[in-house]
Design a protein around this ligand. Structure first.
Ligand SMILES: Cc1ncc(COP(=O)(O)O)c(C=O)c1O
Length: 383
């Protein structure tokens, strides 16, 4: 048989998926690996989808998305993010945040272009770079996981086309301060770069931290590509719905690419998304409160074990360093799984600067987190 695609062959199976496989069929495993909130998808999202199916909405949706959904997103952007859009020009509905990213890479970049991000960062950015032949330039984060703006500036070359930010961040839990965001915006404007902002965790924020969408700020809309999804806020990762917000030219190009590669998204589910967006946001308050308690618990226990980490300000991940234990993330996660049946992700999944770290997702119950931390404690004492 002839050789398969060299590019795709270079992308190994996702480490997070491997973890799923290791844990499959083992009832004793506690998973701290998955980026999936544990609360039930709000009922209106489900009812809206079922109602659409009962109306036999089983045919192709408009490529950009159902107008009523685009209008709901336009309203959400104005109310929640202070971003002014025109739903006819500036929004496209996608198959999750993942495809929103895919469309962004497909339409922004030419082979050889460079894109700068802070590292560690979300795994898919690196592979999308590989698939679209974009050089992903990693600016190592500061020890507290904040962006090193001076380093980012030093890494800008003639080939740099975009900066990508993800705040609150997966895997570090870092959320940009307003000052840091302004500095990044300043870089993007001064060097005429696009700013890709992945905001899928915008609602998961602690300690009074405030999220600002760069597309809401003066002069930034035109150069900003905003990515968001239904997945995390509504605990609806299986709905596979997300969206991109950008200028008209970018959205037009995305529509072209989208029609030949995906031909739209699930039609009926878009009606579920409309109902979810219509919900009173207060549904999320008790959920956020519970995630806050989980973060506090895990942070405290990790510190007691000398697994050093700065306190996450957002999302539902925490990324401790293993430096005090002279073990790398791969060894730690494999042994922990074998000896104590706790699944977490080795840091090297998230870039070049996190080999001696692990990522823990605390999107699970306090009881399970306590048990998992007891097991981690037992394991760490053997090191
Ligand atoms: C930072 C970030 N962006 C995008 C995604 C993809 O989201 P979706 O599940 O909607 O495709 C994820 C999923 O974990 C993520 O962590």
């Amino acid at each position: 048989m002839k050789e398969l695609s060299k590019t795709i062959t270079l992308a190994p199976k996702s480490k997070i998926r491997e973890l799923f496989d290791l844990a499959a069929g083992r009832s004793d495993v506690i998973s701290l690996g998955i980026g999936q909130p544990d609360f039930l998808t709000p009922q209106p999202a489900i009812d809206g989808t079922i109602a659409a199916l009962n109306k036999k909405i089983t045919y192709y949706a408009p490529t950009r998305g159902v107008p009523a959904l685009l209008q709901s997103i336009e309203k959400k952007l104005k109310v929640d993010n202070n971003i002014t859009t025109n739903w006819k020009d500036n929004i496209i509905v996608t198959n999750g945040g993942s495809q929103a990213l895919n469309l962004t890479f497909a339409t922004l970049f030419n082979p050889g272009d460079e894109m700068i991000l802070s590292s560690p960062n979300f795994i898919s950015y690196f592979y999308l770079g590989l698939f679209y032949k974009v050089k992903v330039i990693e600016a190592q984060r500061r020890p507290d996981f904040g962006p090193d703006i001076e380093k980012m500036e030093r890494l800008i070359t003639k080939k740099t086309k975009a900066i990508l930010i993800n705040s609150p961040n997966n895997p570090t839990g870092y959320a940009l301060t307003r000052k840091e965001l302004d500095q990044i915006i300043n870089l993007a404007s001064s060097y005429d770069l696009y700013l890709i902002t992945d905001e899928v965790y915008e609602n998961y924020l602690y300690d009074g931290t405030i999220h600002t969408s760069p597309a809401s700020l003066d002069e930034m809309f035109n150069r900003t590509i905003t990515i968001n999804a239904m997945s995390k806020l509504f605990s609806a990762t299986g709905f596979r719905l997300g969206y991109v917000v950008a200028n008209k030219d970018i959205i037009n190009l995305m529509e072209n690419y989208h029609q030949y590669t995906a031909a739209g998204t699930n039609h009926a589910a878009q009606y579920g998304f409309i109902e979810a967006l219509n919900m009173d946001k207060s549904f999320f308050s008790p959920i956020l409160q519970s995630f806050y308690q989980r973060r506090n618990l895990v942070y405290k226990r990790l510190n007691e074990l000398d697994l050093k980490v700065s306190k996450p300000k957002g999302a539902f991940y925490i990324m401790p360093s293993l430096k005090n234990y002279n073990i790398n993330g791969i060894e730690f996660s494999e042994k922990l799984m074998k000896e104590q049946a706790v699944a977490l992700v080795p840091g090297n999944a998230f870039g070049s600067y996190s080999d001696t770290m692990i990522r823990i997702s605390y999107a699970t119950t306090i009881e399970k987190l306590e048990e998992a931390m007891n097991r981690i404690e037992k394991f760490v004492k053997t090191l």
